[in-house]
Design a protein around this ligand. Sequence first.
Ligand code: GTP
Ligand code: MG
Length: 422
Amino acid sequence: MQFVDKAKIIVKAGDGGDGSASFHREKYVMKGGPDGGDGGRGGNIVFAADEGMNTLLDFKFMRHYRAERGENGSAKNSSGKNGQDLIIKVPVGTLVRDIETGKIVADLNKPGREKIVLFGGRGGKGNARFATPTRKAPKFAQPGQKVKEHEFELELKTIADVGLIGLPNVGKSTILSVLTSARPKIANYHFTTLTPNLGVVKRYEQTFVLADIPGLIEGASEGVGLGHDFLRHVERTRALIHVLDISGCEDRDPVEDYYQINKELLQYSERLADIPQIIAANKMDITGAQENLERLKDALKDENVRIFPVSAATVSGFEKLIDSVIDILKELPPVYEFEEEELDDGPQYEDGFEIVMDGDVFVITGGVAEYLLDTTYANDVDSMRRFQQYLIKEGVIEALREKGAREGSVIRIGEWEFDFVD
Ligand SMILES: Nc1nc2c(ncn2[C@@H]2O[C@H](COP(=O)(O)OP(=O)(O)OP(=O)(O)O)[C@@H](O)[C@H]2O)c(=O)[nH]1
Ligand SMILES: [Mg+2]
């Protein structure tokens, strides 16, 4: 199956249902009172972490997600049904980012975790609610709240305690296969591993999750090779096992390799560079390894990093390495969680308005205009009266006059046009 760890989708919660403007009708009752019910609330958008998924591939094919709209209210004071929530299942470890604001709105970091990310619009009130002693028969009802569409970026960042990092072909996947029941592909060429592999390491009562990612090369943090794309899968880890080919069998110098990889980590992010490391000096079974090991120890003697000589081929040296990892994990905070922020698209409208000219037409924009568009019924007299009063109260009429609007000038709000009456 194809592995996809990034996707963009378009998402919208349900709009609220409209309130109803209805009047009670019954035989022999001359004039019934208002009995229009409220509209239902729109459905929410919910993200859920699903253990059964491990790729965002589905989101490449289906990009649009909409929750159900609230039902309109109707006569006899009956309220419309609320829209159903839409639950979007994603692999555990998926981060949801709102593209417009850059906010991380959800980190689905635990199996079964659910998070409401977008709330459905509120339902409009029916005309029964607008009845007052002086206004016994309101003919208007409130429209449901319209909610905004969002573009989200989904990014899968694997959940693991420890990551294996290093150049291609140094033996990362072999080490994973030796320490866990995972069976990753192993071969003597670069970039054998193309997607992250996970395994669980068990030692006595302790366990931790180990991740193997594709090899990093010089320039990985700038997108060279495969490395950069996969560094996100070790971003959450609590510790890194830095694997070196200590035999230098590919005509490389393990000391240089060590610094090279750390440079790539730092260029990717400071946090990644700050994750505690342990060195697995692998391929100790090959001649020349011992000599290089001494050189490495000497070169790194002032650095606070422990070096464990191992051989994945002969499966030796790993007990000490694992014990050390477990010791380190005890001291460390749990797997990194990203901080979530709320999106506030609520029913608020910004204050103020603006008048711009489109030829001879006076166009009103801004929060005042948006509020009116959402809450006015053009074919209802009472609603239109409120609309006019609101324009006066907010100073829109005055501002139009100052801008030069005269009797008969054309005014536009959204898609409506009407004549200015002075
Ligand atoms: N002699 C010897 N060979 C090893 C050892 N560990 C791994 N190898 C060999 O090194 C080659 C690469 O091993 P992999 O585990 O695929 O290396 P990798 O780091 O995962 O490589 P990429 O996925 O390409 O980044 C394979 O041929 C392994 O059999 C070891 O300890 N000694
Ligand atoms: Mg590999």
